[in-house]
Design a protein around this ligand. Structure first.
Ligand code: MN
Length: 340
């Protein structure tokens, strides 16, 4: 069967590997049907994802159909459409004991630290599979994974009805966060550098938008928050200076959520945090959020239909990655398909 492997940074290959077999009684064999391409996949390809190891079969937005089940599998049967959890954890370490397996000391993320879903078949434990709502196509269902990341950040932010949220960055990650944040609070300010995307954010429920290249970011945040600053800021831009900007733009007793992996030094100082007693919290991956995302879809609170802008067959992964690098403004979610 075919798989997409990043052999080393900047080297993507379509490789031929053995079809996996069920080697654990709790495992299921899944025939992949759709796999999303995420910014972090592009990062692994370009060698800018510090967490990744090589060579790696990437892909962590994994949708498919159960083809075979191991003898101890309880709840899944052949034909079930599922999305696969990207996070695997040990269950024994301090974070796992605290119920935070997404930052397990032995964390292994499919498609990052261990092989992921850009391959025709994958075997995973039954407990890592979530049955898809009938209403959702396999391609749109890849969006459940980014949605879980968005739910994680809003959960870490303890976002509530009376918050004034500042969401910095309205690319793929920010758009998913906006969808979730809208369910939790009404007062959302979105900042970005692309006017077209800011317009879309307004249509998607942002109250105010700021173009950080054209406007005075801090002054606008103050204006839109009646002079007090945001109560919650989420960094979905994840660029060198975004943490500093958000620490400045957040008011007393606020929460600032980081999601980026930038290692560039910035001018962050203690006064910014202590004087306002800010909670600065990281939000990484997701912690048991697949069920929540699917529940929201079933409840009619979340619609992921129409999220996909382009598809490429798995064997054309190179073209898909090159297209994403072109930064074409029509790009939203790009999905690899398996009908080649
Ligand atoms: Mn993703």
């Amino acid at each position: 069967m075919k798989a997409v492997q990043i052999v080393k940074p900047e080297q993507l290959e379509i490789i031929e590997i053995e079809k996996p077999v069920i080697d654990n009684k709790n495992n299921v064999l899944i025939k992949m049907t759709a796999a999303g391409i995420c910014g972090s996949d592009i990062g692994i390809y370009h060698g800018t994802n510090a967490a990744a190891t090589y060579p790696r079969i990437i892909g962590h937005e994994m949708v498919g159909r159960v083809e075979e089940v191991g003898p101890d599998v309880q709840n899944l049967k052949p034909g079930d459409r599922v999305i696969v959890n990207q996070v695997t954890s040990c269950g024994e370490c301090y974070p796992c004991k605290k119920g935070r397996g997404n930052v397990c000391d032995h964390l292994a993320v499919r498609g990052v630290h261990i092989d992921g879903g850009y391959r025709e078949y994958i075997t995973v434990p039954e407990s890592d599979c979530y049955i898809l709502p009938d209403s959702l196509s396999d391609q749109d269902a890849v969006m459940i994974e980014p949605t879980t990341i968005a739910i994680q950040s809003c959960t870490r932010a303890e976002l509530e009805k009376d918050d004034m949220l500042l969401l910095y960055g309205i690319g793929a990650l920010g758009s998913s966060i906006l969808k979730i944040a809208r369910q939790l609070c009404d007062y959302i300010i979105v900042a970005d550098v692309v006017n077209e995307k800011l317009e879309e954010a307004k249509k998607a429920g942002a109250k105010y938008t700021i173009n950080v290249l054209e406007e005075d970011f801090q002054a606008k945040v103050l204006e839109y928050t009646h002079g007090r600053g945001a109560t919650v800021s989420i960094d979905a831009a994840c660029v060198k200076n975004s943490l500093l900007l958000l620490l400045q733009a957040t008011g007393n007793a606020g929460r600032v959520i980081t999601m980026g992996f930038s290692t560039s030094a910035t001018e962050v100082n203690q006064f910014l945090i202590t004087s306002k007693e800010l909670d600065v919290r990281g939000s990484r991956l997701q912690n048991k959020m697949f069920g929540k995302a699917i529940e929201m879809i079933h409840g009619g609170k979340l619609d992921l239909a129409g999220s996909v802008s382009h598809t490429f067959p798995l064997t054309k992964a190179q073209e898909a990655f090159d297209f994403i690098d072109s930064k074409d403004t029509s790009i939203r979610k790009i999905v690899l398909t398996f009908d080649f």
